[in-house]
Design a protein around this ligand. Sequence first.
Ligand code: HEC
Length: 105
Amino acid sequence: MQKLLMTTTVAMALGMAVGAQAQDAAKLAQDKACLACHQIDKKLVGPSYKEISKKYTGNKGAEALLIKKVREGGVGAWGQIPMPPSAGVNEKEALILVKWILSQK
Ligand code: HEC
């Protein structure tokens, strides 16, 4: 619960800065090798970021859920190919990435 609260607080604090961070986020996605499996508007190994954004539109829990998924990996939301855990991504970076992904339209 405390962790969730913290995530929410960080999310709110970062929310306003996100526009300016879009470019940083794209670079982060590249640096963290997310783009090896994801493209913005085309399915690759994983779903496209536009598809992900569409799927979670209106889902208030999406940020927390996806931050966890980015850091710990998982399978079954999109099919049988698992997403590996991204050990080199900290909570703040995961939040920047998730906000960026969810802002793709
Ligand atoms: C080795 C390939 C691979 C890499 C690298 C990878 N992903 Fe994924 N990603 C996947 C696959 C496959 C799925 C679908 C998993 C599923 O069906 O649950 C996925 C799903 C996702 C989802 C949607 C999760 C859900 O539950 O709907 C997000 C968000 C995501 N990835 C973000 C990232 C980010 C950010 C990075 C970089 C830190 C990253 N991915 C790196 C393969 C990858």
